[in-house]
Design a protein around this ligand. Structure first.
Ligand code: G4P
Length: 518
């Protein structure tokens, strides 16, 4: 395959869902389908007792929440598909957003009995901000759930997106017969092998006893209605994320997966161009290698204290042993250890192309948002930071452990696990988070990985505002209701006690130009 074809064949997507909707099961079955694994249960450790690729952290196992994002590649129909897992919990939405910056589309998994759940909504909004195509998989049709029309209406109304069913379920739960495949004009039965073809009048070409069935008759009537009155198929709308192709199935029964993958590879975008800080555009087919780090994962193997920096390749081809320049520091180094993530293993990588996600061994060199290139002097746009709302003062329980304490904070901050601030003059460390669980992960990891017990004193919810014109700031502006702190880059930030304090401040000091992050 030529260089351009290699890139064209890449499809890189993130999978999002409310916990328990079936994200892990679907991922697993996609991998099974692609021949990347031979048995179910490999992805989720608790099923086999094996160390799981996507359950790296103990916190995650204890809480049953997917805290980390993992990456896996598989082949399907000549395509190289990269799946990026996202944390289901809203407290890690910043992590999800960064993951979504590294993909070209997203797949949303919905439990047919639950419909749109709070997390689905929040994660969808994050995908919407990115403006990427979203594909929907409605799961667990082997159980009783909501009516398909009700589900579509819920998606359209709650998420403000048009829907286009690519498949339509015939029955559900005990009466689940299969799905109508809209493109192939056939019904794929759940318990039989041969698909049933139908003609332009929605009649089966070969008579089948199912025709007597009420569930079948209802499904066919509904399907005709969808074809007549539903939204039109529109590739441009899909590309903009204004219309979502919808699939029905059962991840657990590995059913509806083929229909999904067939359509997905046809309509999901291949790697896209990326924007640089100075407004330039880099095409994936640009021969020169470039990529950015969107995720740093520590301690994937608890026996070693190494980190893996996940890089999305934006342009060119990666070859083992190539020299790359880290643009933030200008430092060049030879990349001899890079990995590609497979379902139940990682493999040392020789070649990878734009669109792929590779892991670089990191000894503390990389930061989230870093650009690496083979020779170009470019930097990709910063990965967005969320405005944190929760803050705690933090210190080491044992004052003798200051060194470990600061090392731990530095590394966890570089990984994007938590945000770091310090009060001016007194230099009291303050942590900022989008969700409470981030603090718990921080505390847990400081103890386990850096051997440091921390004391965290909540200072409550604050409204953080950055300052456009820092030169007008005076010490007098910092009070208990508007505390002035430095962020990790040394930028000044006001932490306001509440909306009232913010408004009062703005009235009193109209000259100060405040702004918030995402
Ligand atoms: P998540 O990653 O989105 O959190 O969900 P996960 O795949 O872990 O699935 C959550 C539960 O839903 C699991 O059951 C799983 O077996 C079940 N499930 C997933 N897909 C389907 C489906 O298509 N049909 C049915 N009936 N169930 C499905 P569990 O009891 O929590 O775990 P386990 O003991 O089965 O592993």
């Amino acid at each position: 395959m030529g260089f351009k074809e290699e890139i064209e064949k890449r499809k890189t997507f993130a999978i999002i869902s409310h916990p328990d909707a079936g994200k892990t099961t679907l991922t697993e079955n996609l991998l099974l389908f692609g021949g990347a694994i031979r048995e179910a249960g490999v992805v989720k450790g608790r099923k086999t007792g094996k160390f799981a690729t996507s359950d790296w952290m103990k916190v995650e196992q204890e809480r049953g929440i997917s805290v980390t994002s993992s990456v896996m590649q598989f082949d399907f129909d000549g395509y190289k598909i990269n799946i990026l897992d996202t944390p289901g919990h809203e407290d890690f939405s910043e992590d999800t957003y960064r993951t979504l910056m590294a993909v070209d589309s997203a797949v949303m998994v919905i439990d047919a009995a639950e419909g749109i759940e709070p997390q689905t909504l929040k994660l969808f909004k994050v995908a919407k901000m990115r403006g990427i195509p979203v594909f929907t998989f409605i799961n667990k049709l082997d159980r009783m759930g909501k009516e398909p029309f009700e589900l579509l209406e819920e998606i359209e109304e709650t998420l403000d997106i048009e829907t286009y069913p690519m498949t339509w379920p015939v029955g559900m739960g005990p009466s689940f017969f299969g799905v109508i495949n809209r493109r192939k004009r056939e019904i794929n039965p759940y318990r039989e092998d041969e698909p049933l073809k139908f003609n332009e009048f929605y009649e089966l070409e070969t008579p089948h006893k199912i025709e007597e069935d009420v569930a079948y008759q209802t499904a066919m009537e509904e399907f005709m209605l969808v074809e007549e009155a539903g939204d039109q198929f529109d590739e441009e709308k899909i590309a903009r994320g204004d219309l979502t192709p919808v699939f029905f199935g059962s991840a657990l029964a590995s059913f509806g997966i083929a229909e999904f993958l067939d359509t997905f590879v046809d309509f999901a975008p291949s790697p896209k161009a990326n924007e640089t800080k100075n407004g330039g555009i880099v095409e994936p087919t640009d021969k020169e290698f470039s990529g950015f780090i969107f995720k740093i994962q520590a301690n994937m193997d608890p026996r070693h204290r190494d980190r893996i920096a996940f890089m999305r390749i934006v342009s060119g081809e990666f070859e083992r042993g190539m020299d790359l320049t880290l643009q933030r520091t200008g430092k060049k180094s030879k990349i001899s250890r890079a990995t590609m993530f497979m379902a139940d293993s990682t493999k040392t990588l020789d070649h990878a192309y734009a669109g792929d996600i590779i892991g670089l061994y990191d000894t503390g060199t990389y930061q989230i948002g870093d650009t690496l290139t083979s020779s170009k002097h470019i930097e990709y746009v910063d990965l967005p930071q969320f405005t944190p709302e929760l803050f705690v003062k933090v210190s080491a329980k044992n004052v003798m452990k200051q060194k470990h304490f600061y090392k731990g904070i530095e590394q966890l901050v570089q990984e994007g696990a938590i945000q770091y601030y310090k009060t001016i003059h007194t230099n009291q460390p303050i942590l900022g988070a989008v969700g409470q669980l981030q603090f718990e992960v921080f505390e847990h990891r400081m103890k386990n990985e850096y051997n440091t017990d921390v004391i965290m004193e909540p200072i409550g919810k604050k409204i953080a505002r950055w300052i456009e014109n820092e030169d007008v700031i005076t010490d007098a502006m910092s009070t208990t209701r508007s505390t002035l702190v430095d962020d990790r880059y040394g930028n000044k930030v006001f932490l306001f006690e509440n909306e009232f304090a913010l408004r009062w401040f703005q009235d009193k000091y109209p000259v100060v130009k405040l702004y918030s992050l995402l």
